[in-house]
Design a protein. Structure first.
Length: 495
């Protein structure tokens, strides 16, 4: 512990965001450039180097948080980078995108604001790139074994990098025209600029990983054929089968899934399009779903110049403090959080009908109505109680020219044919069946990430990628020295 009194003398200070009026005019990351490094050493000093660091247990990657906090407080950035990369392939991603369950598990969080673990992680990762610490690590020798990884999200990329570094020849197959999965086309630029992704991909290419874009396995190349060409196959296709909203009027034009809307905005940022054909400009937008994807739609619609944006959340508004009886420390609590997008919506008053920011809590969609020409014009909702039952007399209508459904995902998409072509088994909830070693019932075929676990966080995706890599390495060589941070049956800490 660099400063035994750091947690008593230094208050929590987070990476400041740029002014709302400034940042909604561009697609750059919301944080003030360069404002993190001047404060981060003192923030790392707040870490108590606990005898039993629950932040380790709260993070599925098993990040060595007290160790690199201490190194940052001493400004030993190279050693901090080494300790951070020992457990996390992509800390620049998690430092920007993860909701930080590690901070919920911080011992300080029992009765004080937690250490800014996520900000420290991001600072280390960015400094590592600036100082040249994140050099490619190609294998010393090749094993002669080949692996196909299907899907280039965080699970697929983590698995590919680990297996490449172990000496196997790895090819990553991606159906889109660019690598990255949801990090590329699902995460808005203002949350993570794609230069961070490109930099890591360049490192992976230098290490020897091969990438095959615009290739849909199951269509462009048969899944069974791919299995015969490679010694092992890793299915990391993600959970892309989105959930529907079966209410009257769903067939009206102007009602879209979030993952139909967000990729188009990202393609504008990539330079593929001058403007999104689904742009929210000048429209009254309603987002159905209170999660992070809904917030991503919110921030995107604000930047596109929507006339109004409202987000519906079926859950009641949570309190500002942890409910110690329902969600005791160190579990991740459901509390009221103000994301950058919600802060923007609040300050710009994008949703006059909402309570505090753009969200309407405890709201359930009843039906959609059209304008007479087949296009959505209004969304009818009702307030619900704790059992999600309608509250009489609370019905209301919101103007809606564009409705975005952000209701989550149920499992892998079956339309590409991979599941049927390989004869894979599915769990009742729609995810891929696998054993305790990440293996499916097809020899040499492994399943990892959201496709098998179900929709989860980026840290769980990376942990799955690292763990399945160890399983594949063991299958190919008989043993493995690769770390396996989780098993298929591990779950987040809950009550």
């Amino acid at each position: 512990m660099a400063d035994p009194k750091g947690f008593m003398t230094t208050p929590r200070q987070e990476w400041p965001r740029r002014p709302v009026e400034e940042r909604v005019r561009d697609w750059d990351e919301v944080y003030v450039p360069g404002a993190l490094l001047p404060i981060i050493s003192k923030q790392a000093d707040r870490c108590m180097d606990c005898g039993v660091p629950f932040c380790h247990e709260a993070c599925p990657l098993g990040n060595l948080i007290p160790e690199w906090n201490d190194l940052v407080s001493r400004e030993d950035w190279r050693a901090a980078s080494d300790r951070l990369h020992a457990t996390n392939n992509f800390p620049e991603f998690t430092g920007r995108l993860c909701p930080a369950p590690c901070e919920a598990g911080c011992v300080l969080a029992i009765n004080q604001p937690a250490v800014t673990i996520k900000n420290v992680e991001c600072a280390i990762a960015d400094r590592a790139w600036e100082e040249g610490f994140a050099q490619p690590r190609p294998p010393e020798r090749l094993s002669g074994r080949t692996v196909a990884v299907i899907g280039s999200g965080p699970t697929g990329l983590a698995a590919a990098q680990q297996l490449t570094r172990a000496g196997h020849t790895v090819a990553v197959y991606e159906k889109d025209d660019r690598i990255g999965g949801l990090m590329r086309y699902g995460i808005p630029e203002f949350k993570m600029e794609k230069r961070h992704l490109e930099r890591r991909l360049a490192q992976m290419r230098a290490e020897g990983t091969k990438f095959r874009t615009s290739t849909t396995v199951g269509r462009d190349v048969g899944a069974a054929e791919l299995r015969t060409r490679y010694d092992a196959v890793v299915l990391a296709t993600g959970a892309t089968a989105w959930r529907e909203l079966p209410v009257p009027g769903r067939e009206l034009a102007g009602i879209h899934q979030a993952m139909e809307y967000l990729p188009l905005a990202n393609r504008v940022c990539e330079g593929d399009l001058d403007a999104s054909p689904m742009s929210a400009a000048g429209k009254h937008v309603v987002i159905v779903g209170g999660g992070d994807t809904g917030a991503d739609c919110l921030g995107t619609a604000v930047r596109e110049g929507a006339a109004s944006v409202t987000q519906l959340d079926i859950y009641a508004q949570p309190g500002a403090e942890r409910d110690e009886d329902a969600e005791p420390w160190p579990t991740y609590p459901k509390v009221y959080r103000l994301s950058a997008a919600h802060e923007e919506a609040r300050d710009l008053e994008t949703a006059p009908a909402a309570d505090a920011d753009a969200r309407l809590f405890a709201a359930s969609t009843l039906r959609f109505t059209g304008d007479g020409s087949g296009h959505v014009q209004g969304l009818h909702l009702v307030e619900v109680d704790a059992r999600r039952q309608p509250v009489p007399g609370t019905g209301r209508t919101l103007p809606a020219d564009l409705v975005l459904l952000a209701l989550g995902f149920s499992g892998p998409d079956r339309e590409d044919g991979i599941i049927d072509q390989l004869g894979l088994a599915l769990e009742p909830r729609g995810t891929l069946t696998r054993d305790s070693g990440f293996a499916t019932r097809v020899p040499g075929v492994f399943a990892a990430g959201d496709a098998a676990r179900g929709q989860s966080l980026i840290v769980w995706a990376i942990a799955e990628g690292r763990a399945v890599a160890a399983a594949v390495d063991r299958y190919l060589t008989g043993s493995s020295r690769l770390p396996a941070p989780i098993t298929p049956h591990d779950r987040p800490m809950t009550v």
